[in-house]
Ligand binder design. Structure first.
Ligand SMILES: Nc1ncnc2c1ncn2[C@@H]1O[C@H](COP(=O)(O)OP(=O)(O)O)[C@@H](O)[C@H]1O
Ligand SMILES: [Mg+2]
Length: 261
């Protein structure tokens, strides 16, 4: 079964792209078949995987507008062992054009349909806003992974995102659930971080991943080499924490399958 996870938070700089690329590499390292889909016009996930967003033949824009198939658009990064459906600034155009189309929120879901079965995990990196691109990602997904920095305003933005998830759930995608909340760039020396973390656990309980991603310089450096941290410094705390997240997710999926049988 394919698990499709949208990585979303309308706040920028919370670790969406870092989580997308590094979770993909970590799942691929455990022999899972993984596809990264980049629907952020910034194309950071694409570049972070070592693909030049300016020279790709097709992008997620073409796919969403029906000008190219997903199969023709997906590329293999030089390293990492997973596939990428690249995104770039053309997506800004897609967002505007989609507004005039019928079934506009279903475009990505429909486009991924023919290829979804080829992968165990599809991770969709969302832009830092709740727009038609994000809604397309939420409509295509069955779970939302929400990276959060444990700081004062973090919880404020969360309710808007949860509302959107609920709206998509009750209209076009009844399968959609919050897959998990991930604490990112965590620094245990900061009291406020510990407090917010505690609040998250109280409110969201088992929806909060037990794995915590620490602030780690190797995670910040890796994109400039166009590779996941696992290939940049596999013994770094950043690499180890994303491997742990992959492990937590795989255990959860196994429990899910066991429950279904
Ligand atoms: N755990 C981390 N430790 C250190 N730097 C990080 C970490 N996670 C992300 N970063 C850096 O913080 C910035 C924002 O992260 P990014 O993943 O691009 O966020 P988003 O996609 O939500 O905008 C980037 O420069 C990234 O390299
Ligand atoms: Mg990003």
């Amino acid at each position: 079964m394919t698990r499709i996870i949208a990585i979303a938070n309308q706040k920028g700089g919370v670790g969406k792209t870092t989580t997308c690329v590094n979770l993909a590499a970590s799942l691929a390292a455990t022999q899972r078949r993984v596809l990264v889909v980049d629907v952020d016009p910034q194309g950071n996930a694409t570049m972070g995987c070592g693909i030049d967003k300016t020279t790709v033949e097709y992008s997620a824009c073409d796919v969403m507008l029906g000008d190219a198939s997903a199969a023709d658009t997906i590329v293999s990064p030089p390293e990492g062992g997973f596939a990428v459906l690249p995104g770039n600034e053309d997506l800004t155009l897609a967002e505007v054009k989609l507004l005039q189309e019928i079934g506009r929120e279903m475009k990505l879901r429909k486009a991924l349909g023919p290829v979804a079965g080829l992968y165990d995990f599809i991770l969709i990196d969302c832009p830092p806003s709740i727009n038609m691109l994000t809604v397309n990602a939420l409509t295509a997904a069955d779970g939302v992974l929400i990276p959060m920095q444990c700081e004062y305003y973090a919880l404020e933005g969360l309710s808007a995102l949860l509302n959107t998830i609920e709206q998509v759930h009750s209209s076009v995608n009844p399968d959609l659930q919050v897959y998990g909340i991930l604490r990112t760039m965590f620094d245990p020396r900061i009291n406020l971080s510990n407090e917010v973390s505690q609040q998250l656990l109280e409110h969201f309980d088992e929806k909060v991943f037990r794995t915590v991603i620490p602030r780690n310089i190797r995670l910040a450096e890796a994109p400039s080499f166009g590779r996941p941290v696992l290939l940049h410094d596999r013994s770094s705390r950043g690499a180890i924490s994303y491997l742990a997240l992959a492990g937590e997710i795989l255990r959860r999926e196994d429990a899910h399958v066991a429950q279904a049988v």
